[in-house]
Design a protein. Structure first.
Length: 323
């Protein structure tokens, strides 16, 4: 196992919301935590100025964090005289806005009703992510808006909803894979060879086969019968952790949604990277009990990779390496 990375920073002191005018001067960034994981995001960010429910505001440029569902770049504080005035000032900045309204919800919805409508239709998988600029805003109090015209997510509050397939896949786990491939704007194509480790009951194998890929589906547990019968899927009743990369040969993509301790997944990933038989990875890091921040940091340090909490993730992170 690799040596332990440096200890992460201590959690910041208790969070408070500032009075009006509390933002002051200087660059700031606002981070919207994934629902239920404010503590994890606070652990990554370190000291913050204040929070509004899941929205954490900190000084400085954006930081590389995994647990943010969306990041607001250069948020600004806007004093408003009325609902109409709030809508007018937001429209003067840009067209498209998504509200985050954990407080003063009714007033926020009345403001949003006076702004151009942003489509809330679920995305058909295979369609590209939206490209139009989408800002985010919230009410700090009844007369103060915090707004950012530029955010890292093209989806309102980072929530990626799909038109779901309720008949083909054996579980809803495929939504994580759909989201990951949509966000990176890439994925397996026809004739690509994909290795799906820890694949039972087969949701990811099903999704990959639908893309035209040839799938080597590995798990000691069986696939759902309807998945095992798909002609593009080769099922191997083996342990994902005992599989020898040299015995498999070159593959175009390695996917892994197996339930295991993060340290064990890290060892598996390092073995496959060292083998040189695969360059592109999409893996779910599933935490057993408390979040293993040191192991997450090791994943984040792997060259040419990203680590993020997807909207469809639970107590887990998705690690992606494309080169």
């Amino acid at each position: 196992m690799p040596r332990t990375p440096p200890s992460p920073p201590l959690l910041p002191p208790p969070v408070t919301t500032p009075a009006s005018g509390g933002l002051g001067k200087g660059q700031r960034t606002a981070y919207l935590a994934a629902a239920g994981f404010v503590g994890e995001l606070m652990h990554e960010i370190g000291p913050i100025e204040f929070a509004s429910d899941r929205l954490l505001v900190a000084r400085g440029a954006p930081r590389a964090v995994a647990w943010a569902q969306n990041i607001w770049l250069d948020p600004r504080e806007i004093r408003i005289a009325s609902i109409a005035d709030a809508a007018r000032q937001l429209r003067a900045i840009q067209r498209n806005w998504a509200p985050y309204a954990p407080r003063h919800h009714r007033r926020a919805m009345l403001i949003q009703a006076q702004l151009p409508v942003v489509s809330a239709k679920p995305l058909v998988f295979g369609s590209p992510a939206p490209t139009a600029p989408l800002g985010s805003w919230t009410l700090l109090d009844t007369n103060t808006v915090l707004a950012s015209p530029r955010c890292t997510s093209a989806f309102p509050n980072g929530e990626v909803h799909f038109v779901e397939d309720r008949t083909g896949p054996p579980s809803r786990a495929y939504l994580k894979l759909w989201e990951a491939l949509t966000l990176i704007g890439s994925g397996p194509g026809p004739d690509d060879v994909c290795l799906d480790l820890g694949s039972s009951p087969g949701g990811w194998s099903w999704a990959l086969a639908r893309l035209g890929a040839r799938v080597i589906s590995v798990d000691k547990a069986p696939l759902a019968p309807e998945i095992a019968e798909l002609p593009a899927i080769e099922y191997r009743a083996e342990s994902a952790f005992a599989l020898d990369p040299a015995a498999v040969g070159p593959v175009d993509w390695l996917f892994c949604d197996v339930v295991c301790y993060p340290a064990r997944l890290l060892a598996l990933v390092e073995r496959w990277i060292a083998s040189g038989t695969c360059r592109r990875f999409v893996c779910t890091i599933k935490f057993q009990g408390a979040t293993d921040h040191p192991i997450a940091a090791w994943f984040a340090q792997i060259a040419n990779s990203t680590l993020r909490h997807l909207f469809h993730n639970k107590h887990e992170l998705t690690w992606i390496k494309l080169a």
